[in-house]
Write a protein that binds this ligand. Structure first.
Ligand SMILES: [Cu+2]
Length: 362
């Protein structure tokens, strides 16, 4: 297909995608579209033809017949047959889309405000995937990149030519995990697990979005999936497993060491901008009445225990999430230190990974 055709297609029509299912969905969509076109031409054609042919100026007299059994049977049977004709391919496609049995890889996808979490069932690998578009681009201070709002720090990686099952759920409100190229779009409901699956034919990078209005940053939780050849995927997953194991060991080792203020502030700022600034704002002033200010807040200035508690455990009934399982001990310590020393909160106090560890284990 020529590049222009591809572009026109992506603008005006459903994508054909990169899986057998997405191709079937596309074909179904086109079949039904053509049926609708034919019906439209016949119905409107008959209507306009009758209006012109039987117009009053030509002296036509209206017919006065009532109740034609033949016509009534025809206009009941014909639409019935058309609907059955459309339902058969539609049902078989839907059944195929729902059949997530005998998957080779199973991944738990969890949405939360406003990021995705991926957990591989067969392997000891899990991670969060956050928007990677720079804040300056969003604020129109920098030119917007090619994949503006469609780029993440850690994409989901799946193998090609293997059946990948997704179990989709949510930690807070309803989200929806959507990758158009796979023809997968499933609601992520808190307390429920929805299933979907895909089998990608071509290696590549596929982008999608949260498709359910889920709050203020709904447009800021994209999905990026990288499909790799099976051998490459196996190598990747082994590498991830090793890296995550090592990170846990490293974490234990670092508990004994303390970081100085500069290190904590540097790391803390990064963590803050990635996880906290969406609500509490980059300047720590929050949004009055919605997200509390951290700048000058009594908790950030005085009550260190309460401060660690709210970051680690969150606050139920609010959008303050529990970050205890999302960030490492070092990151937690750094972001708490940052909040206690940035924007004029000059407490001069540092919080170390060991302090957070002690709090979590008490
Ligand atoms: Cu969402």
């Amino acid at each position: 297909m020529s590049p222009i055709a591809v572009q026109a297609q992506s603008q005006f029509n459903l994508t054909q995608g990169v899986t057998d299912i997405s191709q079937r969905v596309y074909d179904l969509h086109m079949t039904i579209f053509y049926i609708c076109c034919v019906i439209g031409v016949i119905v409107f054609g008959a209507m306009f033809w009758s209006m012109i042919r039987h117009r009053k100026s030509k002296g036509r007299k209206p017919a006065t017949f009532h109740e034609s059994v033949k016509v009534e049977i025809a206009w009941t049977v014909v639409p019935f047959l058309i609907l059955i004709g459309m339902a058969i391919p539609a049902t078989s496609t839907l059944i195929a889309m729902e059949d997530s049995s005998e998957a080779d890889v199973t991944i738990l996808v969890t949405g939360s405000q406003w990021k995705w979490h991926y957990k591989y069932f067969e392997n000891d690998v899990e991670f969060f995937s956050l928007l990677a578009t720079q804040r300056q681009q969003i604020e129109n201070k920098l030119e917007k990149g090619e994949n503006y709002l469609l780029e993440v720090d850690r994409p989901l990686v799946i193998p090609t030519d293997r059946k990948v099952r997704f179990l989709i759920t949510s930690d807070d409100v309803i989200h929806s995990w959507w990758v158009p190229d796979f023809a997968v779009k499933k609601d992520a409901n808190p307390g429920f697990i929805n299933e979907s699956w895909t089998q990608v034919n071509e290696p590549g990078i596929y982008r999608g979005q949260c498709a359910e209005l889920c709050g203020k940053d709904h447009g800021f939780m994209p999905v990026v999936v990288i499909a790799k050849e099976p051998a490459e995927y196996d190598a990747w997953i082994a590498e991830q497993e090793a890296a995550q194991r090592q990170a846990k060991e490293e974490e234990q080792r670092l508990l004994a060491m303390s970081m100085d203020m500069d290190e904590l502030m540097d790391l803390g700022e990064q963590v803050y901008l990635g996880n906290c600034a969406a609500c509490h704002q980059g300047n720590g002033e929050g949004v009055p009445g919605v997200f509390p200010a951290l700048k000058g807040s009594p908790m950030a200035l005085n009550d260190m225990e309460a401060h660690i508690d709210i970051v680690v455990n969150g606050k139920s009934g609010t959008s303050m999430q529990a970050f205890g399982n999302q960030l490492s001990l070092r990151e937690l310590a750094a972001v708490i230190t940052y909040e206690r020393n940035a924007w004029g909160n000059d407490t001069g106090e540092t919080v170390q990974a060991s302090d957070v560890n002690e709090f979590m284990n008490q």
